[in-house]
Ligand binder design. Structure first.
Ligand SMILES: Cc1cc2nc3c(=O)[nH]c(=O)nc-3n(C[C@H](O)[C@H](O)[C@H](O)COP(=O)(O)O)c2cc1C
Length: 212
């Protein structure tokens, strides 16, 4: 069955996309607005977008219901200050990550509300989520407005912290024990998440391909 996207409304297009592009990594975004208010919320329209510069992309939808500015708190703060941090989400952190997506009134500090421990970042003002296996310190590189009060945040990763227990060395080369991060990804529907515990190895081949 083919879906002509031009004949669907935004909610229907959203449903088709998020139930098919899975799993999606989750950025737990922390901001601190110009007035000093902190905020944390998850975003799964998220990925790395190159390494020169090191960019991450996050889509932030509008918030016409709660926010006087029409923007989600995260987006408003990023546009005010040009800074944010991202925590990758482990299974242990997942319940609080989900709770931080609650439709609390604009301005609520989810870090305080949910007792999420933080530590200072070194190059930006918003703090880092202390329990995360990996965090990124980001500066706004470009904002692409897609509709009023919504769009794609491109952030340059200016610093990255990886928990020491994940780092090793093999033949003089840095190794990151990615499975040990125990990250969750967003799956189909509203409440489903992926675990990365079942991996498949397929080695890439040089040209010419063998016939096996
Ligand atoms: C796992 C998960 C992923 C989410 N991904 C997105 C997303 O990519 N874009 C978006 O606009 N909202 C997303 N949301 C919803 C926001 O987290 C939610 O609207 C939140 O209240 C926004 O908070 P803020 O206004 O404090 O920034 C997601 C929610 C969950 C639970």
């Amino acid at each position: 069955m083919q879906f002509d996207m031009s004949k669907l409304d935004a909610a229907e297009r959203y449903k088709l996309l998020v139930n098919t592009i899975t799993p999606r990594p989750i950025a737990w975004v922390v901001t601190q607005d110009a007035a000093g208010n902190r905020n944390a919320a998850p975003y799964s329209f998220f990925n790395a977008m190159g390494s020169d510069p090191a960019l991450v992309a996050i889509f932030m939808g509008p918030d016409d219901v709660r926010s006087p500015s029409g923007q989600k708190d995260s987006l408003r703060a990023i546009r005010e200050t040009g800074e944010f941090t991202v925590a990758l989400v482990s299974e242990d952190d997942a319940p609080k990550m989900v709770r931080s997506a609650t439709d609390a009134p604009a301005g609520v500090d989810e870090l305080a509300l949910l007792d999420i421990p933080t530590r200072p970042a070194s190059m930006v003002t918003p703090p880092l989520i202390a329990s995360a296996p990996v965090t990124y310190e980001c500066r706004l590189w470009q904002f692409i407005e897609t509709t009023a009060n919504a769009g794609i945040v491109l952030g340059e990763v200016v610093a990255m912290d990886i928990d020491d227990r994940l780092l090793g060395e093999e033949n003089g080369r840095l190794r990151i024990d990615a499975p040990a991060m125990k990250l969750v990804g967003r799956a189909h529907g509203a409440g489903w998440y992926w675990r990365g515990s079942d991996q498949l190895r397929i080695d890439r081949q040089n040209w010419p391909l063998d016939q096996t």
